[in-house]
Design a protein around this ligand. Structure first.
Ligand SMILES: C[C@](O)(CO)[C@H](O)COP(=O)(O)OP(=O)(O)OC[C@H]1O[C@@H](n2ccc(N)nc2=O)[C@H](O)[C@@H]1O
Ligand SMILES: Nc1ncnc2c1ncn2[C@@H]1O[C@H](COP(=O)(O)OP(=O)(O)OP(=O)(O)O)[C@@H](O)[C@H]1O
Length: 284
């Protein structure tokens, strides 16, 4: 039997950091939602008790460093599954981009193996397992649109954003999430995005207000270290995007666009200097 699962990319419409915690993680307040740029996982049982990962791309680890491998190992150990699995990752989400590609693959593996092996694990338990793999994994298990608190694992689902186009542009640099949080001076942040303002904008379904309320405090670190990310934001705005923000720890910048007629100009303008540009829909 073969099982297929989609693993969509996430964007952070809002990312605030409240403080650094004693365990080294940061207490966050975020709003996350999915876009329709997705990896696709194919999972099938193996006769031997082993985990094998493959992918069409050569630039991700396929051993125990792969988050889908870690998800399979965790579920096998926790539920005493003595069966093997082959997981093929059809990668479409750019890697180390701030789009939670690895986390979404891990979440899709948890959902898929739950089905493949008929384990009947409830979603909240899958989220708890996911939290052991990474802070973004619980959200990737549920999808939808959610406020995330704690280190990202405490979820409150809310109304999805109004439908719009999302232009994603990833500059050719690698940003480590741990480095960005490591350089953040959480106590010295001069301004914070408004969680109340963004939740109100989403509750009212107001596209313009959503664009005005976009905010991510990790930009204070990444934009300083990589001026090309700031330049990308400015270019996207100049080309006509209605709202622009860096996703997660970066370096991907996303632009929200309400009118399809604007997309060609934005896409072509960005492609002039940035190779990785995607035009996708918000998943609502
Ligand atoms: C930047 C975001 O992607 C926004 O959604 C997340 O906050 C990070 O999620 P993630 O990549 O799943 O993060 P993890 O794999 O759990 O952690 C990577 C590293 O980021 C830092 N980290 C992560 C989450 C958090 N709330 N505080 C942190 O300080 C820690 O140094 C950690 O070692
Ligand atoms: N299935 C996977 N897909 C992509 N990268 C993976 C995977 N498993 C492990 N990795 C490793 O994880 C690292 C981060 O990749 P990923 O694409 O998840 O980053 P990200 O989009 O910045 O994540 P986040 O937004 O959650 O911080 C990469 O350096 C890669 O080697």
């Amino acid at each position: 039997m073969k099982i297929y699962e989609k693993a969509p990319a996430k964007i952070n419409l809002l990312l605030d950091v409240l403080r650094k915690r004693e365990d080294g993680f940061h207490e966050v307040e975020m709003i996350m939602t999915m876009v329709d740029l997705a990896d696709r996982l194919e999972m099938s049982e193996l006769p031997r008790d082993t985990i094998i990962i493959s992918s069409q791309v050569g630039y991700i680890p396929l051993d125990e460093k792969n988050l889908a491998f870690q998800a399979a190992r965790l579920i096998k150990e926790r539920y005493d599954v003595r069966k093997g699995v082959y997981i093929h990752l059809d990668k479409k989400i750019p890697v180390a981009a701030g789009l939670a590609g690895g986390s979404s693959d891990a979440a899709a593996a948890l959902r898929g193996l739950n089905r493949l092996w008929g384990l009947g694990i409830p979603q909240d338990e899958l989220c708890e397992l996911g939290a052991e793999l990474g802070s973004d994994v619980p959200f990737c298990v549920t999808g939808g649109t959610a406020i995330a608190r704690g280190r990202g694992e405490k979820l409150e689902h809310i109304q999805p954003p109004p439908q719009c186009w999302v232009v994603l542009a990833k500059p050719p640099i690698n940003v480590s999430t741990a480095d960005v949080y490591g350089k953040l001076r959480a106590n010295e942040l001069h301004s914070h995005p408004s969680m109340a303002g963004m939740t109100e904008a989403l509750a009212q379904g107001s596209f313009n207000e959503m664009c005005r309320q976009l905010g991510n405090v990790l930009e204070t670190v990444t934009l300083k270290a990589y001026p090309e990310v700031l330049q990308l934001k400015e270019s996207m705005l100049k080309l006509g995007a209605d709202g622009v923000l860096m996703s997660g720890s970066g370096p991907t910048v996303f632009g929200l666009v309400s009118k399809q007629a604007k997309l060609a100009r934005i896409y072509n303008g960005l492609r002039g200097f940035c190779k990785e540009v995607y035009v996708v829909r918000m998943l609502t």
